[in-house]
Design a protein around this ligand. Structure first.
Ligand code: ADQ
Length: 416
């Protein structure tokens, strides 16, 4: 924050991310309930303390009527959140289409969508257009709430166009942009048709941050190779204007996890889990149900382990907690069915009358239940095929205390 010029509580921080840290559910015409959402960006930013921060983002629901919008705005204000209202069409094109079907797989080295390439090409322009319109809608909400001196912190691949919209509105706004995913090698990034426009827009920010030095280096190479700009040790220079580029590896508030285990609710969960799995070793997976997390690969590896070590059947359990995500995107629907099919087959193959080897839950867990699982399990399996950082690995270690379970971390994860 200091690098962006934020000097204490007198200045405000406006965090802008695609999703707010809470999901909204409608209970009546003007009644909303709010629930904290599970995901890395939210977890990472829970650690932001000692700043006067407000969060601007989409609440994850379509609210076409004014009464509903006003009621939701009021409910969110109590949580220091400000909604951006996106209609179904723009969500389909911008979020499901351009963000989740194009940028997300590309940034994780899965390439542009292979299936029906021609349809993707046909849709590409309209999706990119929707992406820019959506970013402008976020910018419009920022302008409504901006006060001179505020620092604006834009997050992730959803909002690469936002720094440009903000600076076009007011060149003096202090703008940072942080990417939570990997930034791929320029060889991969250059396959994106809108590569130059997006890079130029991100470069409008004053400070651009990545989890690792490698991602920052890839970004600078993309700017030099694609835009012909000059990379310097501080960042990227364009006609005398410097955009600073740096690595800011994200972490967790580890004390929050340790403290949670002192609460009665967590202690109850710990005791229940210990009784339930007594006499067996427990391996744990906690992921959003996303193709980059390598969930089918993890489950198949567990099957291979049982196949090669039959003495472990009935003595070890894999507990996979997979919170559903992007459920409107066909690729994610296919992944869910694939995981269910593999789990069913392995449980049929190795299960006994008294126990099954894999417990798979398609849902989010509350914070104390999650901490209890991290505390009692013997092994945590993080098998991402690529991941920006991966906070689950940190959370597991923070909750283990003196137990010293084993963290098995994919060798392509970037914490190594
Ligand atoms: P994610 O891909 O969401 O984040 P990750 O960093 O592992 O991945 O964070 C997931 C968070 O969600 C963790 O805090 C975890 O506790 C929580 N969570 C996951 N499954 C849950 C479940 N079933 N129930 C409850 N909570 C659950 C993105 C990038 C990452 C990057 C983060 C932060 O993809 O690479 O580390 O942002 O920058």
């Amino acid at each position: 924050f200091r690098r962006l010029g934020l000097r204490g509580m007198k200045q405000r921080l406006l965090v802008v991310a695609n999703r707010l840290p809470v999901s909204a559910n409608r209970r009546g015409e003007d009644q909303w309930s709010l629930e904290i959402s599970a995901g890395g960006l939210v977890s990472a930013l829970l650690g932001v303390k000692d700043v006067d921060a407000k969060w601007i983002g989409w609440a994850g629901v379509n609210v076409p009527d004014e009464v509903g919008q006003q009621a939701l705005t009021n409910a969110l204000a109590e949580k220091r959140c400000i909604p951006v209202f996106l209609d179904e069409e723009i969500v389909h094109q911008y979020y499901n289409g351009y963000c989740n079907n194009i940028l997300w797989p590309l940034f994780h080295y899965l390439g542009l969508p292979q299936e029906d390439r021609l349809a993707t090409t046909r849709n590409f322009e309209s999706q990119f257009d929707a992406y820019k319109r959506a970013n402008q809608m976020f910018a419009d909400v920022v302008y409504q709430h901006y006060q001179e001196g505020d620092v604006i912190w834009c997050h992730d691949y959803h909002l690469m166009f936002l720094p440009r919209c903000l600076k076009e509105h007011d060149i003096n706004m202090k703008v940072g942009w942080f990417l939570h995913t990997p930034f791929p090698s320029s060889e991969i990034y250059r396959t994106l048709p809108s590569r130059s426009e997006l890079l130029r827009s991100v470069l409008c920010a004053d400070l651009v941050g990545f989890h690792t030095y490698d991602y920052a280096r890839h970004f600078v190479s993309a700017c030099t190779r694609i835009l012909g700009l000059e990379g310097t040790p501080e960042g990227v220079e364009d006609q005398g204007k410097l955009t600073r580029v740096a690595a800011f590896p994200i972490g967790i508030d580890s004390d929050r996890f340790k403290r949670a285990l002192d609460i009665d609710a967590a202690k109850r969960h710990v005791n229940e889990l210990k009784q339930r799995f007594a006499g067996r070793k427990v391996m744990l997976g906690v992921d959003r149900l996303d193709m980059i997390k390598g969930i089918p690969q993890k489950i198949l590896a567990f099957e291979k382990f049982l196949e090669e070590n039959p003495e472990w059947i009935d003595k070890v359990v894999l507990l996979q907690i997979a919170v559903p995500t992007r459920t409107d995107v066909p690729e994610y629907q296919k992944l869910t069915s694939q995981v269910h099919e593999i789990v069913g087959r392995i449980n049929g193959r190795f299960g006994t009358l008294s126990a099954v080897p894999i417990h798979h839950l398609d849902r989010s867990l509350d914070f104390h239940a999650l901490c209890a699982l991290y505390a009692v399990t013997d092994v945590a399996l993080v098998t991402s095929l690529r991941d920006g950082m991966n906070l689950v690995s940190y959370e597991y270690v923070a909750c283990q205390g003196s137990k010293k379970g084993v963290l098995i971390l994919s060798e392509v994860s970037d914490q190594l």
